[in-house]
Write a protein that binds this ligand. Sequence first.
Ligand code: SF4
Ligand code: SF4
Length: 309
Amino acid sequence: MLIKKINYEQKGIIFNMQRFSIHDGPGIRTIVFFKGCPLKCDWCSNPESQDPLVQIMFNEKNCNGCKKCEKKCPVGAIDMLRPGRIDREKCTGCGECAENCYPGGLVKSGEETTVEKVINELKKESIQFRRSGGGVTLSGGELLMQPEFAIELLKACKARGWHTAIETTGYTSEAVIDKLIPLVDLVLLDIKHLDDEKHKKYVHVSNERIVKNAKKISALGAELIIRVPVIPGFNCDEKSISDIAKFAKSLNGVQHIDLLPYHKLGANKYENLGLDYIMGQEIKTPDEATMNKFKKIVEEFGLECSIGG
Ligand code: SF4
Ligand code: SF4
């Protein structure tokens, strides 16, 4: 593909870059995590990814009580006696507090950046990409919430010959799909439920747009892997998994489904952000026998299946 013009000044907000990943696409990869997500899955293990703006996470265990943060905050959003420490209505996300917090009690989540800055970081891994057949995966949050940034970044990756993948909910307009998909070698698409009422109740948006875009991505000829978070009380049953497998089979370009068992690894982050963890502590990770049963259901549709991605 001939890339004519790239806007290296295009701005975006990311909250992490993870190097040497061997998941989320072939070879050795760097994952770029975009901030902001239009979905609000109750089980989200990266709640810091949901808000599109910079946020401050407070971890009381790391706080030594030095009060530097309280003194440095320019808008008086920090009160040492306040539960959760930060008045999030007042906080502007300037990051002064976190920059002055050496023990790590306060950590900034999210950084405004540009395509140029991200590419300069990615260039450090270009030899690994070439040797391993790897590349770059854009993830989140939801990268499609920052379509201009995603498109310019993908163009810059493609211009360097790097393999490109996106890990997405597919929740965007058709116009964005049309522009973005030709720049992507592999799409890792989350399908959480085909029952729209359940989808609305637990994901807090309709699945209509996601289902439509899955068909569109497939029609555009992209290689697709469907990812299913397996969540007790939501889709951890034979019918839900079978419905998704049947839908996946109907899409061109899908040979594989990843089943991702629910886990609680992100639960403490909710507290650090002053949020409630709706799932609670009592819901358990689906056991091996249950996951193997679902794997078999997927394979009966003639699809390959991995547990855990
Ligand atoms: S600067 Fe950090 S360590 Fe000091 S009081 Fe604030 S949160 Fe605690
Ligand atoms: S990010 Fe800025 S405004 Fe928010 S609490 Fe920290 S210093 Fe105050």
